[in-house]
Design a binder for this molecule. Structure first.
Ligand code: F6R
Length: 610
């Protein structure tokens, strides 16, 4: 989603801002802009479209020199993508210039109030209302801090604002509510960013802002204030992960690089909870006593993270015999569901910032339900607000379409299922030990699948002009079908649907046409005959039958047009292997169609508005 930056120091702000915004490109955006404050004048350059358009404009001679500035990549919410609506936005005399992530929900009321005081508006954005509200208080208070504290008493919604005040040279101000913002401390310079990867090349010393923290940057100095304007102390943290991890490392796309990082992500995620031959979830607050009392689990997430939950539902129910409901966060948050107190809400999110997931988690907490967040981004809002956190060890995921974070989330769910089963005594110690061995062997098996990826690249070329695809599965294979189908549609724009195979005859079968891709997932032995008959029905109506099966399953050998075997594993963990060829199919079809694999149209990496 939108990216935000602020800088003050000795270097040219425009260079730092453009480089930092380029590192945030992966979040998805439709316009970009920067503002620089120098000699009590703020200069702005911004436009609809890619950052490179902005860079070209600056190279062509637009003067934007100065050592204090702010920058933004915008993903439109209010007002179409356009030069005018791009950030930064300003008050009429340029006293206040700001960039914003999030949504000002009461912007109409604010505009009406300001209109009564003579303000006029030039953009369609909610942001302009907030900027002018800050300006309104600034004109009365003559102090950035007091203007901000007044304005945030009025502004409703979620936001992160980063601001310049014309009369305060060398200063950048920020405030956040439900949108991420971190401050970086360098030597003689300081930074603000919505994402740590934007400033990691410049500093590793960061402060994580809490909701409603106000921050002031001066050269090399970072100060914090509360909503009443009182100074507040915050701890400096050191970021330890590697900036190199955020670069492509020889692959054509981040997505392919991240597909290849899955073995590592799986190994590291399991390794983080497996110490001296034992799984230990006590760091995640899951002691044996806490787990014994859990009688119901809600898994709440969006998109691919929801698909992880869908697989986990089958696994937890089967291994631990605890009823599980998997809920789309966007639905859960607006339902009046009776929630049982002895339940656990498992919140799954790569970014830890997804607006619906965060709201659903808060709702669960309000209802007195314990929350466990399975999150990839350390220090993200969900991670900080959850009662307990299980961090996945996928590392920074840059491609918009998730792969390695999905795989790491599955491992966290396997571990949770196994631990619940152990504590409840629903599986034998021997089987528990076998499962540990199976998890440990997954990385090697994932790499084995990747060794065969060229076969999928050849078959994907067949579907370069295809319009529709079906992905069929039952049980865990249905969860995998959902993820495979999403991977296909989101990056290749080939319309695809995942169908619980038993539902085919209840309607979808009427859509099958000659040559249509029908992918069947077959890793669950007891269901292989069932799904085989659904696939044969699709074939007899002209479908191109692609089967992803566990080695040893020969059921559709004769009928299938193309079969990809994955190595054998315990069926509970089959999603970790079956998903890999499906990720590759989506990737190769997108590449064959010459699409922007890492930044699919209309999508954002982190969906921080509902
Ligand atoms: C699809 C994808 C999305 C995310 C979803 C949730 O490839 O990446 O569907 O899974 O937006 O995001 P997080 O996990 O950050 O909450």
């Amino acid at each position: 989603m939108c990216g935000i930056l602020g800088y003050t120091g000795e270097r040219q702000a425009s260079d730092i801002l453009l480089a930092g915004l380029a590192r945030l490109e992966y979040r998805g955006y439709d316009s970009a802009g920067i503002a620089v404050l120098s000699n009590n004048t703020v200069k702005v350059a911004k436009n609809k479209g890619r950052l490179r358009v902005l860079e070209e404009k600056l190279k062509a001679g637009q003067d934007i020199s100065g050592t204090c500035g702010i920058g933004h990549t915008r993903w439109a919410t209010h007002g179409e993508p356009s030069d005018i609506n791009a950030h930064p936005l300003w008050s009429d005399d340029m006293s206040v210039v700001a960039v914003h992530n999030g949504i000002v929900e009461n912007y109409r009321e604010i505009k009406n109030m300001l209109a009564n005081h003579g303000y006029a508006f030039y953009s369609q954005t909610d942001t302009e209302a907030a900027v002018k509200l800050i300006d309104f208080y600034y004109k009365q208070e003559k102090s950035p801090l007091r203007a901000i504290t007044q304005a945030i008493k009025v502004i409703e919604g979620s936001y992160c604002f980063v601001m310049l005040f014309k009369d305060y040279p060398g200063e950048v101000w920020g405030v956040r509510k439900d949108n991420p913002l971190i401050a970086g401390q360098g030597k003689g310079e300081s930074f603000l960013a919505s994402d740590v990867s934007a400033i990691l090349h410049d500093t590793r010393q960061v402060y994580y802002l809490d909701n409603m923290d106000i921050v002031q940057l001066k050269k090399g100095v970072v100060r914090f204030f509360d909503t009443e304007g009182y100074a507040k102390h915050k701890e400096l943290s050191e970021v330890t992960w590697d900036a190199q991890a955020a670069e492509k490392g020889g692959f054509e796309h981040f997505m392919m690089k991240e597909i290849h990082e899955q073995a590592r992500a799986v190994r590291d995620t399991f390794g983080s909870v497996f110490h001296s031959g034992k799984i230990d979830l006590s760091d995640s607050g899951l002691t044996d006593d806490a787990m014994k009392n859990i009688s119901q689990i809600y898994i709440i997430a969006c998109g691919s993270a929801y698909h992880v939950g869908a697989a986990a539902q089958y696994i937890i129910e089967d291994l631990a015999k605890i009823p599980v409901r998997v809920e789309l966060a966007s639905e859960f948050r607006y339902r009046n569901m009776p929630l049982s107190r002895d339940s656990l809400a498992v919140i799954i999110s790569q970014s830890g910032e997804t607006a619906d997931t965060l709201a659903a988690m808060r709702l669960a907490k309000q209802n007195g339900i314990k929350t466990l967040a399975i999150v990839n981004v350390v220090g993200s809002t969900i991670a900080r607000e959850a009662d307990n956190v299980f961090y996945t060890m996928a590392g920074p995921e840059i491609a918009v379409a998730t792969t390695k974070a999905y795989s790491a989330q599955l491992i966290a769910c396997y571990v949770l299922a196994m631990e619940l089963a152990r504590v409840k005594g629903t599986i034998t110690p021997t089987y528990y030990e076998n499962l540990i061995g199976e998890i440990q062997s997954l990385p090697e098996k994932i790499d084995e699948i990747l060794d065969e990826k060229e076969r999928l690249s050849e078959i994907a070329a067949k579907f370069v002009n295809a319009r529709n695809a079906f992905y069929l599965g039952r049980n865990i294979d249905y969860a995998v079908a959902m993820e495979g189908s999403l991977k296909m549609k989101e990056i290749s724009y080939l319309h695809s649907e995942a169908i619980a195979a038993g539902e085919m005859k209840h309607g979808p079968i009427s859509l099958i046409e000659r040559g249509m891709l029908v992918a069947g997932i077959m890793t669950q032995k007891n269901l292989s005959l069932k799904i085989a008959s659904n696939m044969v029905e699709a074939k007899s109506r002209g479908g191109f039958i692609l089967v992803v099966a566990m080695r040893g399953c020969e059921t559709l050998k004769e009928e299938s047009d193309f079969t990809f075997y994955v190595p054998e594993t315990d069926e509970h963990f089959a999603a970790s292997l079956a998903v890999i060829p499906l990720q590759l199919m989506g990737y190769y079809v997108a590449v064959a169609r010459k699409l922007d694999v890492d930044k699919p149209r209309n999508l954002a990496k982190s969906v921080t508005v509902e």
